[in-house]
Design a protein around this ligand. Structure first.
Ligand code: MF3
Ligand code: CO
Ligand code: CO
Length: 256
């Protein structure tokens, strides 16, 4: 019953390094900053705090973080592109420290974001928040998906099917898959000691995605905007713990 406490201790360290990286980057997310520069700053921050960036060389990815702009759903590759007024961008950081992984992402707006993109960001954040709040032993994985899907669709948006959350611990991605859509009372039961991510990707239009020729960048097929938030969480005896909560008060958007 208590032999996962040691693991949780390490997940706290890894999770807080990842979330501190996002805290640190907040002030740089503004017009004119290249996504490459954001990548470099995150890489250095994680390294200087005793960790490694997990995406680096992960299956050939080569950058340290993902930067997913506007209609990019996930796995956007940092590059020369500078942030422009009106952009929305997801920054996804995964840190390894002491052999444990912390994985978290947030949405940021650049300059004046449209009313529609702000609503998309808020609904996406709130869907993650609602899913986390129900976590406890005895709930099932389908309950998580149901919580997200019902809230998102009520607000007129759609839940991406092609990517999901994942078990995490001493591996970046492991069992179980955490689908962000589904039905109540289905799927595996949550048990104390489980650690996984929830990372809903929500589209303003249809849920279909495609991967670009670079082999990574996933975009919405209909070119509508997409948003995502991600936390790494653990199941406790009677609830949950969020390992990637902001230490700086950047809990809910907007952050800038
Ligand atoms: N951080 C992403 C996730 O939430 C995975 C990125 S893999 C990469 O699972 F190689 F694209 F970085
Ligand atoms: Co993840
Ligand atoms: Co991630």
């Amino acid at each position: 019953m208590s032999n996962y406490l040691e693991k949780f201790e390490k997940m706290r360290v890894a999770g807080s390094l990842a979330s501190k990286t996002l805290d640190m980057i907040t002030d740089y997310v503004k017009e004119g900053t290249a996504t490459n520069h954001i990548d470099k700053l995150c890489y250095e921050f994680i390294r200087d705090n005793g960790g490694y960036s997990a995406p680096q060389f992960y299956r050939g990815f080569e950058k340290s973080i993902c930067t997913s702009l506007n209609h990019v759903v996930c796995h956007g590759i940092p590059g020369d592109r500078t942030l422009q007024d009106g952009d929305i961008v997801n920054i996804d950081v995964t840190a390894i420290i002491n052999d444990h992984y912390g994985d978290t992402s947030r949405m940021y707006t650049v300059g004046n974001a449209s009313v529609k993109s702000k609503k998309l960001i808020n609904v996406t954040y709130e869907s993650l928040n609602r899913a986390i709040k129900i976590l406890k032993p005895g709930k099932r994985i389908g309950d998580i998906g149901h919580e997200i899907q019902s809230f998102v669709e009520k607000n007129g948006f759609s839940v991406v099917r092609d990517f999901c959350g994942h078990g995490i611990g001493t591996n970046f991605h492991q069992e179980p898959n955490i689908l962000h859509y589904g039905s109540k009372d289905t799927g595996d039961e949550l048990k104390p000691g489980m650690t996984f991510t929830i990372e809903p990707m929500i589209n303003a239009g249809k849920y279909h995605t495609k991967v670009l020729d670079d082999g990574w960048t996933a975009v919405t097929k209909d070119k509508t905007l997409s948003a995502q938030f991600e936390h790494t969480v653990g199941i406790t005896e009677n609830g949950y713990e969020i390992f990637t909560e902001s230490a700086k008060g950047y809990k809910e958007p907007p952050y800038n």
